[in-house]
Each structure stands twice: as structure tokens, then as C-alpha cells.
Design a protein around this ligand. Structure first.
Ligand code: PEP
Ligand code: MG
Length: 587
């Protein structure tokens, strides 16, 4: 008993900032029982009719939820339910369920559940946080649909009547949406990631959230007292008065700090010794433009266009692609948008457009530019759409996964054909459009001198570059500790790419996750990287930091690190720099 009431600290992933203190409500949604029974062929029409009816009812519920959330939290938050409506309207899911019913003679509820489960499993196993989260959309919508088909009322958090800290294995957007502001003080989930929709909701209702706690549900009980630190992902069970006092002060400090950082979000990202650094945002679609402007983004440094292909039910036409690219170009202008051509294939996701065959080594397989060069029509359609959009803003085009100059030449040949076609048609585009190369394969980095002669800019994709350079399969958790951004090999490679770019007078950006890592940013800038592109909400603190640092100090750090021999020793230098020059500014 004494053990249960002693103070205990737990660590998860910080997902929404803020500090909260209160009593726990353990949320365990009731398991829905899916019955399986045979139906006669003569009953199938009626079963389909019932299915269509329940689809409609579910659609109406989601629409009502969307309107309620839109009124309460604004349109951005309600956008989640548009994604849900798309799942509900997905003919593939509907038709596959009906086909399964006809082929197996099982009731439709059972068939919908098994088809949806297959989709969920596919998405849940993709090595991409954003796409994995789409499994949650499908899970949430089908759960609602299955409850309606089974005639059961679903549990939801709307029934909460006091300010509680909700602890759950996972929380769906529908669960969060049902909550009235003020009722929930914070969220703690065992599962989840920073990009889950529930977390996006938590941020928009400005409630702290800590996710990825793994087994917190096993130790906590209804009514337990907890303190949630959404800034660094700490959860304290049974906090002492001393801890609470410390956190009270921390919260005050963080609020002041956040206000200060946000007040400079739209100022230039210039170091104290006058070097301007371009800080841009990574985006997945045109709807993000308004939001990234609020965070002071100087344009888009990476538009991951493959997400458009995921959202569309089939292959997005040239017109549809053009519309998305144009919206971004005109919305963010005069700032630039770097539109990256498709990075589909490999492990990224299997999809209806490219039915992928199983590959023994998908990371080394038919992915990105390789796939595009194998499907020149698909590639040229995208290039035409990007070129056409370039007439409406400052558009730059970029190829992913280029392995060397030959591949860049091949890509440029297709681009030249697309340009000729547009010329013949008299369709306008920016004739000076810059064409860049991602440096994310070691062979590209090593031949950066050759590539630099053939393109207008580089963008280093450290997520992949580190994986390929250090031979660390990022799916393999047993070697995750070896994924070391400060490894001397990584630093030398980045330095080499920067030097090759300098000789040809082209600019270098970094658009992998380390561009948002406050410990690594001074190193990257010290190595000579000109631009950083990162998740938009991470821009204000990085800008604040850049504005308060001297470029010469960052260069000294990078030079010292270049002398290091081990990844750990080298990282220590960056951490010392962070503690001395950065921590007091943004942490
Ligand atoms: C990268 O590899 O660093 C990158 C930005 O591309 P993606 O994360 O989309 O693979
Ligand atoms: Mg990549």
C-alpha cells in the first residue's frame, strides 16, 4: 500500500506542451463483440441495404461531430473528420466488404470488421509515423460504423463530468472530440506518437499530452493523483508537495518563454553576427500553409507530395496535382516551395497505384526516383503539374533518392520532355525553375561534386542518409541506439557535401528530422548548411536560438567535432555547447 502512494516518475514522449495536475480517469473503451453468422443468398440484398443505411447514419454522426468541433475549436481541428469521411466513402473498403459477404456467406458486420482489420494492419506496419497514424483513422471510423451495425452505443469521453487527467491505451479523435473544453486536464496514453490526430486535438484544445508511455495503464488506478509535464514527457504519480511546487514554477517560466519565442516567430532568422539562415517548413499538403505562416516559416523546404497520392482514392490526375501545387505556391509566395517528386515505394507504403511485390530489402528496393524512372508517364504527369504550378509562385523542384549523376540525367531527360510538351502547348511555367537533388544516399554524397555541376541546390535527407551510411535498418529496434546523427562519418559526409556545393556556388539545406533538433542545429549551421527545413511547430524555438547565437561559435563547435573520433565523444561536444549557449534560451 505504502508503495502505491509513494512518488514515482515515468517517462513518455512529450506530445502537447503544458503542465497539469489532478486525478486520473482510466479510460477503457468497452470491447465491441462482433458476431459471426451465416446468411442465406436471399438475405444478402437486405444486408447490403442495412449496410448502406448504417453508412449513412455514421456519416451523419461524423458530420455533426465535425460541425460541433468546428464551432468549438475552429475549422483546422475539425479537418480530422474530413479524413474520417473519406475513409467512410472509400468504395474499395465498402465493395470489398460486400464481396467478402457474397463469397463467404458471413454477415456484413463480420465482413466489414475483417476487411477493415486488413487495412489497419497494412497501415500500422508502415515505417512512416504519419501513415501509421492513418490506421487510427480507419480504426476510429470502422469502430463507429460497427457499433451502428451492431446496434450498440459506444463509450466516449463525453460522459466525463469533472476535470480529470485521462489515461488510456490510445485515444481516438472521436473520443477527444466529444470532450468539452475544461473537462480534461491532460492526456496520457501508452500508445501513440507525436503526429496522432488525438494529439493534434490535444494541442488545439491546448491540453498537455504525454504519449508512448508503454505500460502506465498497468500501474495507475482511477482517482490516483498525477502530474503531467507535457514539455519533456514526464509523468509523476503521487507527486510530493516539493515536486508540485517545482512544476508550478516551471509552468510559469515556460509560459513566459513560449510568449517570448512566439513574439519573435516572424522576425528574420539572422545570427548575432549577421548571417541569415533560411528556416522553412516540411509539409504534406496544401492545407498546412496557413499554419506554417503562423510559425514564421520562410517558405516550404520540403513538400512530401506522396501524401497526395495516399489521400486520393486512385491516381491523382495532372489537374488535381496542379491544383495542390499551385495552392501551395501562391499561398506561400514570395517565399519558395520546394516540391519533391514522388517518394513512394520500398517500405513507404504499398498502395493501389503501385501494387508492390514483396521485396527482400525494400529500403534498397524500387523506391522514389527509381520507381518514377520505371513509370515515366506517372513521373511526367507529376513534372508537368509542378512546372505548371511554377507560373504561380516561387517553385523549386527536387528529386528524392538520387544515387548519382546518371540517375539525375535520366530524371532531367523526362523533365526536358515535360518542358517541351508545355512549350508546344503554349502553357506557361517558370523557365528559370531551380531543380535540386536530395542527398540521402551515400553514393550521392560521395559524388556531390559531380551532382553539384548538374543541379541548382542540394537538400540533405539525413533520415535516410544516416540509415544508409551507418547500415542501420530503422525498423530494427535492437540497433536503434546505433542510429547516431553525430557519428564522425555523418559529419564528414555533410561537410563534404557542403564543400562540393560551395565550389559550384549552390545552396545546401537539411530537411531530415535533425534539422529540428536543438543539439544538432548549431552543428549543421557550423558545418556550413545554409537552410533548414523542419516540422512547422518546431520553427519558432529554432529561430529564437539562431537569433541568439554567433555563427563563428557554431563554426568553432563544428571544427572541434570534426576532430573527434567517436560518435559519443563528438556528441558530448554538441551537448556541452547546447547546455552553455542554448538551453537557457529555449528549454
Ligand atoms: C530524409 O530522408 O531525411 C527525408 C527528409 O525524406 P523522408 O523522411 O521523406 O524519407
Ligand atoms: Mg528520405
Amino acid at each position: 500500500m505504502a508503495e502505491r502512494h509513494s512518488e514515482r516518475f515515468f517517462k513518455g514522449i512529450s506530445a502537447s506542451p503544458g503542465v497539469a495536475h489532478g486525478q486520473v480517469y482510466v479510460f477503457v473503451p468497452k470491447e465491441l463483440k462482433i458476431s459471426s453468422h451465416r446468411i442465406e443468398a436471399s438475405e444478402m440484398d437486405a444486408e447490403v441495404e442495412r449496410f448502406e443505411e448504417k453508412l449513412l447514419q455514421t456519416r451523419q454522426e461524423i458530420l455533426a461531430l465535425r460541425d460541433a468541433v468546428s464551432d468549438r475549436l475552429g475549422q483546422d481541428s475539425a479537418g480530422i473528420f474530413d479524413a474520417h469521411l473519406l475513409v467512410l466513402e472509400d468504395r474499395a473498403l465498402i465493395e470489398e466488404s460486400i464481396r467478402e459477404m457474397e463469397e463467404t456467406g458471413r454477415n456484413i458486420t463480420y465482413c466489414v470488421n475483417s476487411v477493415a482489420q486488413r487495412y489497419i494492419d497494412t497501415f500500422a506496419n508502415i515505417d512512416d509515423e504519419y501513415l501509421r497514424e492513418r490506421a487510427n483513422d480507419i480504426r476510429d471510423v470502422t469502430k463507429r460504423l460497427l457499433h451502428n451495425l451492431a446496434g450498440e452505443v459506444r463509450d466516449c469521453l463525453g460522459a466525463l463530468d469533472e476535470g480529470r487527467i485521462v489515461v488510456a491505451r490510445d485515444i481516438s479523435p472521436s473520443d477527444t472530440a466529444a470532450i468539452e473544453k475544461g473537462k480534461v486536464l491532460a492526456f496520457i496514453t501508452d500508445a501513440g506518437s507525436k503526429t496522432s490526430h488525438a494529439v493534434i486535438m490535444a494541442r488545439s484544445i491546448q491540453v498537455p499530452a504525454v504519449v508512448g508511455m508503454r505500460d502506465f495503464m498497468a500501474v495507475v488506478r482511477d482517482g490516483d493523483e498525477v502530474l503531467v509535464d507535457g514539455y519533456d514527457g514526464t509523468v509523476v504519480l503521487n507527486p510530493t508537495d516539493k515536486t508540485l511546487f517545482g512544476y508550478g514554477k516551471l509552468e510559469e517560466q515556460k509560459k513566459v518563454l513560449h510568449r517570448r519565442i512566439m513574439s519573435e516567430a516572424s522576425l528574420p532568422a539572422k545570427t548575432r553576427d549577421g548571417v541569415e539562415v533560411a528556416l522553412r517548413a516540411n509539409i504534406e499538403g496544401p492545407d498546412e500553409i496557413g499554419r506554417i505562416k503562423d510559425f514564421g516559416a520562410a517558405g516550404v523546404g520540403l513538400f512530401r507530395t506522396e501524401y497526395l497520392f495516399l489521400e486520393a482514392s486512385g491516381f491523382p490526375s495532372e489537374e488535381e496535382q496542379f491544383d495542390s501545387y499551385r495552392r501551395v505556391a501562391s499561398g506561400i509566395g514570395p517565399h519558395p516551395v520546394v516540391i519533391r517528386t514522388l517518394d513512394l515505394g520500398g517500405d513507404k507504403f504499398p498502395n493501389s497505384v503501385y501494387p508492390s511485390e514483396a521485396e527482400a530489402n525494400p529500403f534498397l528496393g524500387l523506391r522514389a526516383i527509381r520507381l518514377c524512372l520505371e513509370s515515366p508517364d506517372v513521373f511526367k504527369t507529376q513534372l508537368r503539374a509542378i512546372l505548371r504550378a511554377s507560373a504561380y509562385g516561387n517553385v523549386k523542384l527536387m528529386y528524392p533518392m538520387i544515387s548519382g549523376a546518371g540517375e539525375l540525367d535520366q530524371a532531367n531527360e523526362v523533365l526536358a520532355e515535360a518542358r517541351e510538351e508545355l512549350d508546344r502547348e503554349g502553357t506557361p511555367y517558370d523557365r528559370e525553375i531551380e531543380v535540386g537533388t536530395m542527398i540521402e544516399i551515400p553514393s550521392a554524397a560521395i559524388t556531390a561534386d559531380l551532382l553539384a555541376q548538374k543541379c541548382d541546390f542540394f537538400s540533405i535527407g539525413t533520415n535516410d542518409l544516416i540509415q544508409y551510411l551507418l547500415a542501420i535498418d530503422r525498423l530494427n529496434e535492437r540497433i536503434a541506439h546505433l542510429y547516431e546523427p553525430a557519428h564522425p562519418a555523418v559529419l564528414r559526409m555533410i561537410r563534404g557535401v557542403v564543400e562540393a556545393a560551395r565550389r559550384e556556388n549552390i545552396r545546401v539545406s537539411v530537411c531530415g528530422e535533425i534539422a529540428g533538433d536543438a543539439i544538432m542545429v548549431p552543428v549543421l549551421l557550423g558545418l556550413g548548411v545554409d537552410e533548414l527545413s523542419l516540422v512547422a511547430s518546431g520553427l519558432p524555438p529554432i529561430k529564437y536560438m539562431v537569433r541568439n547565437l554567433e555563427m563563428t561559435a557554431m563554426q568553432d563547435l563544428a571544427s572541434a567535432m570534426m576532430q573527434g573520433t567517436s560518435a559519443t565523444g563528438v556528441l558530448e561536444l554538441a551537448e556541452e555547447f547546447y547546455q552553455k549557449h542554448v538551453a537557457h534560451l529555449i528549454a
